[in-house]
Design a protein around this ligand. Structure first.
Ligand SMILES: Cc1cc2nc3c(=O)[nH]c(=O)nc-3n(C[C@H](O)[C@H](O)[C@H](O)COP(=O)(O)O)c2cc1C
Length: 203
């Protein structure tokens, strides 16, 4: 089981990055054999998508090549999206443009949103409504909203009952993600089932 965790904040030392690190530990705790990679788009950003992604992909190899190969190998993906101006940040949407139609197709995805205050629902709603059509990422029904992020998921014991509940909720969501990740290999590996040659884009 290979899991890629995307930290979607553009900022260095972001809270999303902290959350991504916590999630990586949760994946390992749920399945010690799982291989987990965190890609922080604040530390290793992608440039804005341009036509060379299609026409001259070698130009993008230095920044996109390693990440695209990790995504290709992944069975499950976790997208950590901070709420910025009530949106998912452009880096996350840009990643889905780079990913195109095949890298994420029929793979389990867990959405995790992050808010410095009491919000966090908007990136979930936005990403559930957009971005999956051509990528065919399969977001599982469970998602996680991390509210008051500065107060939770910090090193050590839970700082509050909210923090304890959130950690239990993350453990639950991660276990479900891994189960969906295993189950969806059947879809990808069934001969003749996925036909992106005939139907390259979703409707
Ligand atoms: C440009 C920008 C816009 C933001 N807009 C929102 C928002 O609409 N709702 C919200 O809950 N938090 C908002 N925040 C605060 C983030 O939730 C907060 O920075 C949190 O730590 C997650 O972002 P990070 O991963 O970059 O640290 C915004 C932050 C930035 C930098």
């Amino acid at each position: 089981m290979q899991v890629v965790i995307i930290s979607g904040s553009h900022r260095l030392n972001s809270q999303s990055s902290k959350v991504a690190g916590y999630l990586a530990q949760a994946v390992t705790a749920a399945d010690s054999a799982a291989e987990v990679v965190v890609h922080d788009l604040g530390v290793d950003p992608l440039p804005m998508w341009d036509m060379d992604v299609w026409n001259a992909p070698e130009k993008h190899e230095p920044h996109w090549g390693p990440l695209s190969r990790r995504l290709q190998a992944a069975d499950a993906i976790i997208v950590v999206a901070p709420e910025w101006n009530g949106c998912a940040p452009p880096a996350v949407k840009n990643l889905f443009l780079f990913a195109g139609n095949n890298l994420l197709a029929h793979k389990a995805g867990l959405l995790v949103s992050v808010s410095g205050s009491r919000n966090g629902a908007y990136p979930i709603a936005e990403l559930r409504a957009s971005g999956y059509k051509n990528t065919r990422i399969c977001y599982i029904p469970e998602h996680v909203i991390v509210r008051d992020v500065n107060q939770v998921l910090n090193p050590g014991e839970p700082a509050s009952e909210d923090d304890r509940y959130l950690r239990e909720r993350i453990d639950y969501a991660v276990k479900l993600l891994l189960a969906y990740g295993r189950a969806l290999t059947t879809v990808r590996e069934t001969p003749g089932l996925v036909d992106h040659a005939r139907f390259p884009n979703g409707m």
